[in-house]
Design a protein around this ligand. Structure first.
Ligand code: PLP
Length: 481
């Protein structure tokens, strides 16, 4: 399988090259040149075995034995909860993606991708030090730290906005162990951290200096194909469970509703459909930052709008990077995609024509749900089905109800409710303690659902990082000083 850029006719590259490079040299994203069809019988396979069947179709330059070993290492830590599909009593079906070590769905990609990167470098005889820079609003930072800690030839530095994450998210990061990790609070908001990291990536002098020292910068965010491919797996695994549970008969279409930010998770579902999985509609759920709802309804992508800091922070995004991949696949026209992306960068908007929109709307539906709507949904589903959701999942759950069609619709549950105990408790109209750990304990007492040990134990974990830096200092960190 070869990969090409969404923005031009660059040379095609192998999966290993796409994963070690991240962004294509012309600024585009790497996409597979074809969609392989799933021909294996996946019934009865474990999550790890399913992962190998999916990944070996895309990562054809990696040995299947390596993929099997990597899947074991990546998903062995999920305590058997990988891809768990839960049917509630009257309130729908949930694909719970938060049984990994950091309690958010990003573990699926970030527990596996580090192995793909290390092996990819080996295959390409690349002995440089990879310095991974991550700007995070919360979930990505910890998931990336957990994935890359302790790996040879890798260093990782994470930057989060001071006062911009929940206390639990911050503690997850600053207590991270490992010799090759660094964590920094940045004065300012997420955009300050993100722009500081982008400046480091765009700095030619820095790149040359690092090259002299045998190092280069890389990113762990979802523009990398290595983050998308592992996410295709759980759509297949979920479908097999539904068949096994008798919820659908084989071949019957299933819809998926996905709480969306950077469009990576939902796009993985679209790839699964191209591979032959009977996916009906993919419902893109947004919070108050409803740039995608507008795009999927009108064909106008307009990032010139207010940015809202919401109760579902991992969906607070105005420029949804992975949409570029869908536009490329739907149009097959790299020059057109390049023009749209340049217009977006320069003017903050672009518009696709009616045919492109119609093609996209064949599969994608959308809805946006505000904080009040999500809070009501948390309370409703808890009271009606005794099922506890986090605020991101709640946005999707309400969107799924709004857009309900004939097919069974699976809601992707992307974070443990215990990552956001304050929001969840207040949605349930309970008194909310000041301190987040008291809130977590309170929620545990109220619901009877045990909180993940990984979150509870943070209370007593030693803090290893307490440095707050100016955004200009990100460059110094990137230099390795
Ligand atoms: C990252 C994240 C999302 C959004 O996923 P995308 O792939 O960026 O669309 C949704 N929910 C949670 C909890 C997340 O961490």
């Amino acid at each position: 399988m070869e990969y090409r850029s969404t923005r031009g006719n660059e040379q095609k590259v192998s999966a290993a090259k796409a994963i070690t490079t991240g962004l294509a040299p012309d600024g585009g994203l790497y996409v597979p040149c074809e969609f392989p069809k799933m021909q294996a019988d996946l019934s009865g396979l474990t999550y790890e075995q399913t992962a190998v069947e999916v990944l070996k179709l895309f990562l054809t330059d990696y040995a299947p034995e390596f993929l099997a070993d990597a899947a074991q290492k990546a998903y062995g830590s999920f305590g058997g909860g990988a891809g768990k599909t839960v049917q509630t009593d009257g309130c729908g079906t949930f694909l719970e993606l938060w049984h990994g070590p950091t309690c958010a769905f990003k573990d699926y990609a970030l527990q596996l991708m580090p192995h793909l990167l290390v092996e990819g470098k080996k295959m390409l005889h690349d002995e440089r030090l990879t310095h991974i820079l991550v700007a995070t609003s919360g979930d990505t930072g910890k998931a990336a730290l957990a994935g890359y800690a302790g790996l040879d030839g890798i260093r990782i530095s994470v930057f989060y906005p001071q006062d911009g994450t929940s206390r639990i998210q911050e503690l997850q990061m600053v207590t991270q162990t490992g010799e090759n990790v660094g964590v920094y609070a940045v004065k300012g908001n997420f955009d300050d951290a993100q722009s500081g990291v982008k400046r480091a990536f765009g700095n030619k002098a820095l790149a040359e200096e690092l090259a002299k020292n045998g190092a280069y910068l890389s990113s762990a965010n979802s523009i990398n194909w290595g983050r998308l491919a592992p996410q295709i797996v759980y759509y297949f695994y979920c479908y097999e469970q539904l068949v096994g549970q008798g919820a659908v008969t084989r071949g019957q279409a299933v819809d998926f509703c996905v709480p969306t930010g950077n469009f990576g998770d939902i796009l993985a579902g679209w790839y699964a459909k191209q591979m032959g999985l009977p996916v009906g509609r993919l419902i893109c759920a947004s919070n108050e930052n409803d740039v995608l709802t507008e795009f999927l309804s009108t064909g106008v992508y307009n990032a010139r709008r207010p940015f809202y800091k919401t109760e579902s922070p991992s969906m607070d995004i105005l420029v949804s990077s992975n949409l570029e991949r869908l536009l490329y696949h739907v149009t097959g026209d790299a020059a057109q995609v390049k023009a749209w992306m340049e217009q977006l960068a320069k003017e903050g908007h672009y518009e696709v024509g009616p045919e492109v929109l119609a093609e996209i709307q064949k599969t994608f539906a959308c809805a946006s749900v505000d904080a009040a709507g999500a809070a009501k949904e948390i309370a409703r589903v808890y009271h009606e089905a005794n099922y506890l959701m986090d605020p991101h999942t709640a946005v999707a759950c309400a969107a799924a109800r709004e857009r309900a069609g004939e097919n069974l619709c699976v809601v992707l549950s992307t974070a443990s409710p215990y990552k956001f105990p304050v929001s969840v408790l207040s949605a349930l109209e309970q008194a909310v303690p000041q301190d987040e750990f008291s809130a977590l304990e309170q929620l545990e007492k109220y619901s009877g659902l045990p909180a993940p040990e990984a979150l509870k134990s943070l209370k007593n974990a030693p803090v290893r990082f307490d440095r707050t830096i100016e955004k200009e200092e990100i460059l110094t960190v990137a230099r390795g000083e």
